[in-house]
Design a protein around this ligand. Structure first.
Ligand SMILES: C[S@@+](CC[C@H](N)C(=O)[O-])C[C@H]1O[C@@H](n2cnc3c(N)ncnc32)[C@H](O)[C@@H]1O
Length: 255
């Protein structure tokens, strides 16, 4: 199924559930920061397969999920959610949400100003924008290994990095320029044990790199990256621990 905005990275809900369920499971702190109230109308931006969206719905919120992946939205609809295919960089809502929520999605959206402008339009006056995303330094070791292994094969690895990992000053500036008042923002290192081998993570999240490698060389490329990361991310118990850093914030659209 074609994806909006990033046609290279695909989101297969079955693979996502197998390799990345921890993403929604670790969303509890940002849900707490959102402090959702029953009856509130909430937009979940980059809702993925809807597992976290469903938690907001179960808390009595009236939730709409949007995601650029048709496959993820189909999975979310199976959970009986109001889920719609829409780019976060071209949100089409006006003055209708009490809050916009997002977990682990904003770093896939390269045009932060377009995202924030759309969130602003979607919120009612007094509405809040509460989110967690990859922050400055997130998966730095993984990224370096992916880039270096591409460079060794004659590609420009840096040019295909898909992620936007801002620090607190940078993202605060984007929010404030749009008119938001930032009530909380923090960069939080969160080393994250993975449910399987690092290859599962690479297959799920690193298609912007792997798909550029000719199919016949792809396995060797992934093995090369894995070998580089073994001494950095494989703990003594045989668990791969990804070097995640989160940027978590809460901002308000003034009345
Ligand atoms: C790591 S998943 C997070 C999903 C979900 N929020 C969760 O906590 O499990 C990232 C999601 O962002 C979506 N995404 C990436 N770029 C997007 C964009 N430009 N607009 C909307 N969604 C986007 C992807 O399709 C994917 O479902």
């Amino acid at each position: 199924m074609p994806e909006l905005d990033n046609p290279i990275q695909t989101w297969d809900p079955e693979r996502y559930a197998r390799n990345a369920r921890f993403v929604a499971d670790l969303g509890a702190p940002v849900v707490e920061l959102l402090h959702p109230q029953p009856g509130e109308r909430i937009l979940d931006l980059g809702c993925g397969d809807g597992v976290l969206t469903q938690k907001l719905a179960a808390m009595g919120c009236n939730v709409v999920g949007v995601d650029s992946s048709g496959a993820q939205i189909e999975a979310a609809r199976h959970l009986h959610l109001d889920a719609r295919v829409m780019s976060g960089e071209r949100l089409g809502f006006h003055n209708e949400f009490d809050a916009v929520f997002s977990n682990a999605a904003l770093h896939w959206m390269r045009d932060a100003d377009a995202v924030i402008a759309g969130v602003w339009r979607a919120l009612k006056p007094g509405g809040r924008f509460v989110a967690e995303m990859g922050g400055y330094g997130c998966v730095q070791k993984i990224r370096n290994a992916l880039v270096d292994a591409m460079n060794r094969r004659g590609f420009d690895g840096q040019s295909v990095v898909p992620w936007y990992f801002p620090d607190t000053d940078e993202y605060s500036a984007h929010l404030q320029t749009a008119g938001f008042k930032v009530s909380y923002i923090a960069l939080i290192p969160r080393p994250t044990p993975l449910p399987s081998d690092i290859t599962g993570w690479l297959e799920t999240f690193a298609e912007n790199f792997t798909s550029r490698i000719p199919a016949r060389d792809r396995q060797a490329y992934i093995e090369d990256v894995r070998e580089t990361l073994r001494s950095q991310l494989l703990d003594p118990h045989g668990v791969w621990v990804a070097d995640y850093v989160r940027l978590r914030f809460s901002a308000v659209k003034p009345t």
